[in-house]
Design a binder for this molecule. Structure first.
Ligand code: 13P
Length: 286
């Protein structure tokens, strides 16, 4: 099963109540390592790119890497643009072939966010692509986007009205989750997920996955969080494995880049596989 739409991956996960890891990659090595974990675990996976990664590598090269690395892949995979307030970047990724986008209009007044999200959904549909939407900023700065101040949560009727009128495919509510490292175990409003799912039957995207407990994951996935975002855990695995290897290289006074890549790839692949297992998606490839 090659590259598929976000909707195809999430509809199955939502119906069967498992979570699909949506992992932010930062370069070719991390992209390859996360895909390798999915193949090894027979798990679907969503690869995410932040706007920062799109800008640093360039949409053309990033998409060429994606195409090459997923050619002939045997598990369902999908390419998603994470938190993007910039309509031009959305358009250029959709044009290139990204399968889905998160239009992040959370800093806009709800009415304007709604108006623009409707436009993004229409644009995405013309490419056969799908859209994640949000009305409140998720706390924390992720690749230069967002704020550490907790945003005001909208009422349930406002959230439901947004979902209905925009026709988005997946919704990302704020439930006390945050991007980055949690200082203490987060207190999550799981009931909000159940209330939205009961009213609209839409898959929910759980942001700020790094640092949540197994109990929190299984409870939220059971309630309808079919997409589980992981970014900080990859950054930590990537940077710490680089650091550990380079410290050893300095001690040994041996400087062999391919050995560094092998060590870092293994650390990133293990991190991805561990999350797939925690979200119940292992063996769910079709
Ligand atoms: P973490 O960085 O906390 O894993 O959150 C990732 C995320 O939600 C990306 O949108």
């Amino acid at each position: 099963m090659p590259v598929v739409s976000l909707k195809e991956i999430l509809d199955r996960a939502f119906a069967q109540r498992y979570g699909v890891a949506a992992i932010n990659v930062v370069n070719d090595l991390t992209l390859e390592a996360v895909l390798a974990a999915a193949v090894e675990q027979r798990s679907p996976v969503i690869i995410q790119t932040s706007v920062k990664t799109v800008r640093s590598i360039g949409a053309d090269l990033l998409f060429a890497m994606w195409r090459e690395l997923t050619a002939g892949i045997e598990v369902p995979v999908s390419l998603h643009l994470d938190h993007c307030p910039d309509r031009e970047v959305i358009s250029s990724c959709l044009r290139k072939g990204w399968n889905s986008v998160l239009f992040d209009g959370s800093r806009l007044p709800v009415e304007e966010n709604l108006r623009q999200t409707i436009e993004v959904v229409a644009e995405a549909r013309s490419y056969g692509a799908h859209v994640e939407g949000e009305i409140e900023a998720i706390t924390g700065v992720e690749d230069d986007i967002g704020s550490d101040e907790e945003a005001k949560r909208q009422s349930l009727p406002v959230a439901l009205d947004f979902i209905r009128k925009t026709g988005i495919d997946v919704f990302a509510p704020a439930i006390g989750n945050a991007h980055g490292v949690y200082r203490a175990e987060p207190r999550l409003d799981a009931q909000r997920v159940s209330d939205i799912v009961a009213a609209e039957h839409i898959p929910i995207a759980l942001h700020g996955g790094t640092g949540m407990t197994d109990a929190q994951f299984s409870d939220l996935i059971e309630r309808g969080c079919a997409k589980v975002n992981i970014s900080t855990a990859l950054k930590i695995a990537y940077m710490k494995s680089n650091l550990a290897f380079l410290r050893g290289a300095e001690e040994r006074d041996t400087w062999d880049p391919p050995s560094l890549f092998t060590a870092v790839r293994a650390a990133v692949k293990d991190m991805a596989a561990e999350h797939m297992s925690r979200f119940g998606s292992v063996g769910k490839a079709w």
